[in-house]
Design a protein around this ligand. Sequence first.
Ligand code: WT7
Length: 631
Amino acid sequence: MSWKIQSMEDYAVAYQKSKKNPNDFWADIAKTFTWKREWDSVLSGSIENTDVKWFDGAELNITENCLDRHLKERGDKVALLFEANDPNEAARTYTYKELHETVCKTANMIKDLGIKKGDRVCLYMSMVPELLISVLACARIGAVHSVVFGGFSAEALAGRIEDCECKLLITNDAGFRGAKTIPLKNISDEALEKPGSKCIEKVLVHKRVGENVSMKEGRDIWWHDVYDAASSDCVAEVMQAEDPLFILYTSGSTGKPKGILHSTAGYMVWAAYTFANVFQVEENDTYWCTADIGWITGHTYITYGPLLNGATTTMFEGVPTYPDAGRFWEIVEKHSISHLYTAPTAIRALMAHGKEIVESKNLKSLKVLGSVGEPINEEAWNWYNEVVGKKNCPIVDSWWQTETGGILISPLAGITETKPCYATLPLPGVFPVLMDTEGNEVPFGKGEGNLCIKTPWPGMTRGIWGDMDRFKQTYFSAYPGYYFTGDGCKRDEDSFYRITGRVDDVLNVSGHRIGTAEVEDAIGQHRDVIEAAIVGFDHDIKGQGIYAYVITNRLGDESIKAEILAAVTKHIGAIAKPDKIQLVPGLPKTRSGKIMRRILRKIAAHEFSNFGDTSTLLDPSIVDKIKEGVL
Ligand code: WT7
């Protein structure tokens, strides 16, 4: 590929060009894809007006670029490698030809269920090939996919279905996940009982586990009953560059989850460009990203990025510790994985099991190790580098977000020098700035501040589904004219960036984004809870843990804690369950009624000195009472 960066010189040239002449820079890259019509303009609109467009006027279908484009040269190459939860179940592969055919059949199958271009389709599935296939099948016919992570509850699923008014739900009877099975169809049924889910007309059920599920007449259809009859001929729908490709819900500091919207052409170019340059995957490599497709990492770096580049992408159904803590390394050995892309939480969890388990496996195939989702601490970075990579594999600590579509700051494997805990340098086309407390740019060079991005990049989100005001407010109002990431950041003397974590009320638990307000709402729905306040605290494995301070009229009754956990599981999902619940007589509030979270964070961290100015508190004595009961 003409735009593949191979050295620091290439990087410097590309970076400068993307700065001086972004339109030519991105046009040259875009030209290497398949279009049905070329663009009228490369970049139009602006951050100021929140109307950014890339490749406006162009027409394309992203699946032709993921699949059809490779058929001639790579038709028999493995596109998708599936490793099941059970290590004794045979791995499955799909060549590019087979994946193309399967996606076309699936696309026709969902078309036959009445789905048309622009309709939203909700995918609530476990990590089976049919999930990736359904994603691409939607894109094939221009339907907008909204994948909901299989760990979310019925209520959370219903909320997401309602928000973007999905017409079709695709699910599994149940999903295997480690020693557990997740009853996805039963949870779906419960979600569909809520009045807000009325928009769902059909439910397509893929059988994975063989669970006994009830099928509602006229609404529910087994995948295997209709798949065979579907034609394998599916002409790709012609999409406008800015047509929506998908919606993915993520948590913010306030309110309910936001439906982050990504559009077609810009996202495609960004996914392809960043995948190729960050990971430097070669033709015969086997790349494995351990994320779930329910998160953005699985969209961009299991599905679109690798396939756009004609790579072999691996999908793993299970968890790192099943049947034992050697599973990841076993998979690496079994499939000669060359590129492993995982989260610091997984690294820390496996690190706790000792290096012998890693050393007992042959990991010689590994070339590149990626990290994503949360800050990686130095100890985990070193262990990844030494024990897993034998100091032979560059560590790619890649920083990005659901909203950014793909990686913005990261070393390019084997090209950029690495440094523990540093995401290092921005990709071409990315212009990060640090903002000081007054809202001014910190002069270039060593410094620290809130991380913003100065100019649009092709993969950036185009909006929050159905709420453009919230979109403007959340990302473009703190620093007018800039995209605000919500992250704090340091820049060292080499201009390397180090992301220090969220500066807003968003928690990052095991690499999962959790909004404090959502958890507070969930707890608040318990009838004996008067108020709850959530903060994060440092957690050895999860990065951050969830600490809940709860005011209840059952103060002293410890049994309410289990009920609180159940409430969170019901309203959001088990991933948002607090690690610690402290029942408190009150919360530190200012006279205007605002909770001083700063104090709660300090108490949760067992830092009892220097609470700062507490004179504005309505009842300063509450601080001591909370301190006494700290967990
Ligand atoms: C937040 C975004 C990136 C895709 C998966 C998570 C944190 C992400 C890093 C990193 C430090 C990181 C940030 C960011 N984060 N990658 N390499 N180093 N922090 O996407 O759920 O949208 O979360 O994850 O705080 O804002 P997400």
